[in-house]
Ligand binder design. Structure first.
Ligand code: 5RP
Length: 275
């Protein structure tokens, strides 16, 4: 792997633990002003010191993140569909590699929709993006998206999607956690991070998801709604960090969460390391 590409990837997946806590705030690219992400800057700013990387579009990056922030950016470069349109899978590459370079990103992210009517188009998009990324030393994160068909998220389907993404050259893959997640990991030769998915009923459910995913071989999370739709987003991301980077179990993570809730100053027990 090219030096620049490796260097960029190591800004996201931290070499000291081999893990990452990515904060996903790209939801507006097809969902518009998502609940609790209506004003991205307000949502993002308090969470930044606790995230290893930020996943978002160029529009939100330019308008809602201080350019002096020292945070690796995973730039979503696919889009072109919306929640009210006929198919979420009908995506194209919306952002040039030149723009990604100008924005000094650490990786580019694109969704694939295996099994959908736009399967071929999204996989061809991935191939093209990897070609461009390799030219410029920018890693590509493939997101195994399911559109509105959340029930598709089982091990057989996700293993198929993740493997295809890796075969086409994705440098890391974002997928969903599922029963038998170990089988998804085993069949995928590149690192996997898990999405949180729609907001779960309790914080404990989100801790359990993160903990199980790490135990079964994920290198981290790329979590959105279960962090910033929580009533206590900073305590939430702090607890998730402890699970991902330090292997805390669900009960211990809950203690971190409760302690952080009581704290008036942002606790920095395991801060993001400067790059
Ligand atoms: C949408 C995405 C989101 O970033 C992803 O789903 C992560 O966010 P959440 O944890 O809210 O599911 O890639 O395609």
């Amino acid at each position: 792997m090219d030096w620049g590409l490796q260097n960029r990837l190591s800004r996201i997946i931290k070499p000291d633990t081999g893990k990452t806590v990515m904060l996903a705030v790209d939801h507006g690219y097809f969902m518009g002003p998502t609940h609790k992400l209506e004003q991205p800057r307000k949502t993002i700013e308090p969470l930044l010191p606790h995230a290893d990387a930020l996943m978002l579009t160029r529009g939100v990056l330019r308008n809602s993140v201080d350019p002096r922030a020292n945070i690796p950016v995973v730039l979503r470069v696919s889009g072109g569909a919306s929640i009210v349109g006929s198919s979420l899978a009908n995506e194209t590459i919306t952002t040039s590699v030149e723009d990604a370079l100008r924005l000094n990103v650490s990786a580019m992210a694109l969704s694939i929709f295996v099994g959908s009517e736009y399967e071929h188009q999204s996989l061809a998009n991935l191939g093209r993006l990897v070609n461009e990324g390799e030219k410029h030393g920018i890693p590509v994160l493939a997101v195994t998206a399911v559109g509105k068909e959340l029930e598709k998220r089982d091990a057989r389907y996700l293993a198929l999607s993740c493997r295809i993404a890796a075969e086409l050259g994705a440098h890391f893959v974002k997928t969903y956690f599922c029963e038998d997640f170990g089988k998804v990991v085993a069949g995928c030769p590149v690192p996997l991070v898990v999405a949180g998915g729609p907001k779960l009923e309790t914080e404990m459910d989100a801790f359990q998801l993160a903990s199980d995913a790490i135990r079964e071989g994920a290198v981290g999370v790329d979590m959105g709604r279960n962090i910033w739709q929580s009533e206590h987003p900073v305590p939430m991301i702090r607890a998730i960090r402890e699970i991902v980077h330090h292997g805390l179990n669900v009960r211990e993570a809950k203690e971190v969460y409760e302690d952080a809730k009581k704290s008036r100053i942002p606790l920095m027990a395991s801060p993001r390391r400067p790059n």
